[in-house]
Design a protein around this ligand. Sequence first.
Ligand SMILES: NC(=O)CC[C@H](N)C(=O)O
Length: 303
Amino acid sequence: MDYQGLLYDVRDSARRAPARGRAADYIPALAAADPDAFGMALATVDGQVFGVGDWERPFSIQSVSKLFTLALALAEGGDELWRGVGREPSGNPFNSLVQLESEHGIPRNPFINAGAVVVTDRLLELTGDAAGAVRDFLRAESGNPDVATDAAVAASEADHGHRNAALAHFIAGYGNLRNPVDDVLAHYYAHCAIAAGCRDLALAGLFLARHGTRADGSRLLTRSEAKRINAVLLTCGTYDAAGDFAYRVGLPGKSGVGGGVLAVLPGRGTVCVWSPGLDTAGNSVLGVAALDALTTLTGWSVF
Ligand SMILES: NC(=O)CC[C@H](N)C(=O)O
């Protein structure tokens, strides 16, 4: 398979998308990103990685981090996690408050902000350093020691984080946080504000394509846990656009408002694409277009 040629074809196809979207501006530190920038990396289960465009340039991983917090919290603490967070699509925007009250402070799934706050809380309880655990995992799997939190982005998030603070306090009001709200939010912002490139994220996501096995051959998750994370990614990983993402792309995937999307090709590899222009749901316009082109050209959808 000519992976490099495939990536060029996918990039050319994505670039024909009629719109570019807009960079997220509710986090001011992200607003200046060029909506036309584009990078893509494809990693294979044996650890080879191919790239096109700005595939090594670090960007703010934002909610792509939620995939790693979930995997690490399950690896450390097991199924007990699911007592505090559900596994159903929310059908609401990623930062919505509306379901929390009627559902008694148990967020719908780990990939909306409310759910990720709960997962961050559990990972903090289990490790003592939730953001550090995510950063260290990304470094280890990518082999890139430069993966780190961008302190300016984390501070910008905290300064404009009224919605997330409201979500976290609301959850705490129902007794579903075990650490002080401010500590949980600090770790949440710190893992969202990690800067990493498409190459790093594609390599770091490979454990999901390898059915739970890490780059060094050790096991992070059981085969069954990895399968389940892929299922939750497919149904909930792209917020209230998860149905459209399944329709167009047909892969488990996680997006972030920095413009990254990490998708899993089970048994085959991973793809990470980055372009900061977002659609109204908060997913990268060119990123989704590229993944659509990839699965259309190759037939690699899970369906
Ligand atoms: N969807 C996202 O990427 C949102 C993450 C962002 N850190 C927030 O809390 O709003």
